[in-house]
Design a binder for this molecule. Structure first.
Ligand SMILES: Cc1cc2nc3c(=O)[nH]c(=O)nc-3n(C[C@H](O)[C@H](O)[C@H](O)COP(=O)(O)OP(=O)(O)OC[C@H]3O[C@@H](n4cnc5c(N)ncnc54)[C@H](O)[C@@H]3O)c2cc1C
Length: 334
């Protein structure tokens, strides 16, 4: 059980939004505790290993691939990550030679790990009930723990926190609830494929595909994060993902491997299929965060909280970062 402190924040969600919020609070001398249901920190900044044998281990960035930054405040954060060697420039003729893109040096999850340093993080801790009282918020978790804080920031994708609020018996004002319910996310089926030999993906390690089923294909070995395995990440399109959500993994894999065969150029020796129900927002809430004072001090934030939808996928992470900054500043007195 957590010790209650003055101005203590609880943050549900250890994706980039929650991590940035916790860092802004920390920089202002305010303590926070992050709860995340995942096994690793970072949310959709996701990296996974597939160990095929002693010698062959694939490392896959299978969520966010790379990002651009337009906002001046986020550029300051980026400058620090570059200076500390956590992210690196990852520019691409294939997408847009005019824009600078960035990715994690060791992996994309390593940016999450870097931001998590010196924070109070509880992984594999799924919030199942939140309750407000005169003494603040109490969050009950699936593993039987209870956390207390004066203020609560929720950064899970909107449908997930609407379910959490409903299960907790918390009714939102009807206008706000209906605006939140209208926010829609794209689904994404992703395959992590370990190849016998090096893929035929261009040397940069990433390729946008002009296909109704395949969105992009990435070679993590060529990117430099998977030295012991020819690890390829295949992102299907939202349309394919929607149509095949219930389809058997084996059938999905066969279809996507056939379609990607020109770029794979090798036998697949191991694979996993991952379903992202909430990959990235199709529509947004229209504000950088949502603060509610009744019941209790509650803030909703995340990548779907922005004034306008990201103009392209690679500017989505920035929306989550900005939302985290603004959410923390609202109560953090910055
Ligand atoms: C396949 C894919 C490709 C992408 N590609 C790009 C790209 O190239 N460029 C780009 O800029 N963006 C990309 N994005 C989008 C980007 O990754 C997201 O916008 C960003 O990471 C969202 O961060 P977030 O903190 O808002 O949410 P998340 O990262 O989803 O964090 C929310 C966290 O809440 C946790 N959580 C949820 N419910 C609970 C609960 N009840 N209790 C405890 N914890 C809970 C989750 O485990 C999760 O860690 C991509 C996303 C995906 C999935």
């Amino acid at each position: 059980m957590n010790q209650k402190q003055k101005n203590n924040f609880l943050i549900i969600g250890g994706g980039i939004c929650g991590l940035i919020a916790a860092n802004v609070l920390k920089n202002n001398g305010i303590k926070s505790t992050i709860l995340d249901k995942g096994r690793g920190i970072g949310g959709r900044l996701a990296t996974r290993r597939i160990r095929h044998s002693e010698e062959t281990i694939g490392v896959f960035d299978y969520g966010m691939q790379f990002f651009a930054v337009e906002d001046a405040t986020v550029q300051k954060w980026l400058a620090q990550w570059l200076a500390e060697g956590v992210v690196t420039e990852y520019s691409h003729q294939d997408i847009d030679p005019e824009t600078s893109y960035y990715r994690g040096v060791e992996s994309n999850r390593s940016l999450g790990q870097y931001l998590a340093k010196d924070l109070d993080i509880n992984l594999q801790t799924r919030a199942i009930n939140i309750k407000s009282s005169d003494s603040g918020w109490t969050v009950a978790t699936e593993n039987g723990q209870s956390f207390q804080g004066d203020r609560l920031i929720l950064t899970a994708p909107i449908p997930q926190f609407l379910t959490l609020l409903e299960n907790s018996g918390i009714a939102l004002p009807s206008l706000i609830k209906s605006r939140l319910e209208q926010v829609v996310y794209h689904p994404r089926i992703t395959i992590l494929a370990l190849l016998e030999e090096l893929s035929l993906i261009p040397a940069s390690g990433w390729l946008k595909l002009d296909d109704s089923c395949l969105a992009s294909i990435a070679c993590n070995h060529k990117k430099g994060i998977s030295p012991q395995g020819f690890a390829v990440t295949i992102h299907s399109t939202p349309e394919f993902s929607h149509d095949h959500w219930q389809t058997d993994d084996g059938i999905i894999a066969e279809k996507l491997f056939n379609l990607a065969s020109t770029w794979l150029g090798s036998k697949v020796i191991n694979y996993q299929v991952h379903r992202w129900r909430y990959s990235h927002p199709k529509t947004v809430y229209g504000e950088s965060f949502l603060a509610l004072d009744n019941p209790g001090s509650l803030i909703l934030a995340g990548d779907a909280f922005s004034l306008t939808p990201a103009p392209n996928l690679h500017l989505t992470l920035e929306k989550a970062i900005l939302s985290g900054i603004k959410a923390a500043e609202y109560y953090g007195g910055v």
